[in-house]
Design a protein around this ligand. Structure first.
Ligand code: MRU
Length: 345
């Protein structure tokens, strides 16, 4: 059975509770957008494209929850919901991209009921488009890998980080579907363990050969010729080719450069931010207990200072190519990324 991370079902949002994986595959259902915001904040759902679509579904719930009788009141309720949803996680641009899209659609509405209907239809369309985009990206990215390659990935940029199929893991799926034999090395991705809890679970679930390593073994595996290429997802890609992704991505990319291993990023065009500069991006800082405990066990002394950023920035000079649904951008990125968007028009 294909993993479906988030969907709209009978006027509610249904999603896999990722905090329970890999031990239990359970689904949770929400009818209140405030609960959806809390689910994003607490990582019940995570991954840039998945939180984008979830945000859009949250707006659809807010529309249904609104008892307003005028368009103006409905728009004001939606603005409040947008703020609550937006404030959950700052780094992935897909969330604000999806919320803005829904607001744009809402502002064109003529009647309250028609506007509510259009918001739901638009959010559902975003979910369908996410899967189609990932499949397109997968086919394009599959060309970059060879038969018998071992590909390293960091964090989870798979079906569980999108609606289904995945971005980086979508490329891995498509490479396998194209008939090539491939193996995956997944980093465990401390401190929240998206690699060991989610990537390993998802790839095993789909019968893809996966081997788990501690984050500290990236250098060892590369130095011992166990890795032919790296592919990761992204939370935000800038016009300059700077990539914001899960903490540790920068270390993996640096190590890949040291060993002459190609390092690819897979990201849909909805993950690109063509306006901001690197220093303007807010890196989410998460609570110290993610670092001072492993599960229920305390692994650091009380009162210890902790730095726990959820994301880091990989500079363009470490990236061999950025795979999108419109093709692969190669250095120099300023020109190649601009071209991707021109081709989209
Ligand atoms: O904190 P998370 O689990 O939301 O972080 C997820 C990542 O960093 C992913 O690599 C990124 O969102 C891309 S997902 C297709």
């Amino acid at each position: 059975m294909e993993l479906h991370t988030v969907e709209w079902k009978n006027d509610s949002v249904v999603m896999i509770d990722q905090t329970k994986l890999p031990n239990e595959l359970v689904y949770v259902k929400y009818t209140d957008y405030n609960d959806v915001a809390e689910a994003i904040r607490t990582l019940v759902v995570r991954g840039a494209p998945a939180i984008g679509v979830t945000g859009a579904f949250g707006m659809a719930l807010a529309a249904l929850q609104s008892s307003s009788e005028t368009i103006e009141d409905l728009l004001s309720d939606l603005e409040n919901a947008k703020k609550t949803l937006f404030d959950t996680r700052p780094t992935a641009i897909n969330l604000s991209w999806a919320l803005e899209k829904i607001m744009e659609i809402a502002k064109q509405g003529k009647t309250v009921s028609e506007t509510k209907e259009t918001i739901i239809t638009t959010a559902k369309k975003m979910a369908d488009e996410d899967v189609n985009t990932n499949k397109k990206m997968g086919k394009i990215g599959a060309e970059l890998f060879r038969d018998n390659d071992t590909i390293m990935t960091h964090c989870n940029a798979g079906a569980l980080a999108t609606v289904a199929y995945g971005t980086a893991l979508g490329v891995i799926r498509a490479t396998k579907e194209s008939g090539k034999n491939i193996k995956v090395i997944a980093t465990e991705t401390r401190p929240v363990q998206q690699g060991s809890r989610l990537t390993s679970f998802e790839l095993k679930h789909d019968g893809i050969d996966v081997c788990l390593i501690p984050d500290t073994a990236v250098g060892y595996t590369m130095a011992n010729d166990l890795v032919n290429g790296v592919i990761v997802g992204a939370d935000r890609v800038l016009q300059t080719g700077h990539v914001f992704n899960k903490i540790g991505t920068y270390q993996v990319a640096t190590m890949a450069k040291q060993h002459n291993i190609p390092f690819y990023v897979a990201a849909p065009l909805s993950t690109f931010d063509l306006e901001s500069k690197p220093e303007e991006i807010i890196i989410e800082q998460r609570k110290p207990s993610e670092v001072t405990r492993i599960g229920d066990k305390k692994t650091a002394p009380d009162g210890i200072d902790v730095i726990n950023p959820a994301f880091d920035m990989t500079p363009p000079e470490l990236i061999s190519g950025i795979i999108t649904e419109n093709g692969v951008a190669k250095p120099p990125y300023k020109e190649s990324i601009k071209k991707l968007f021109e081709d989209k028009k």
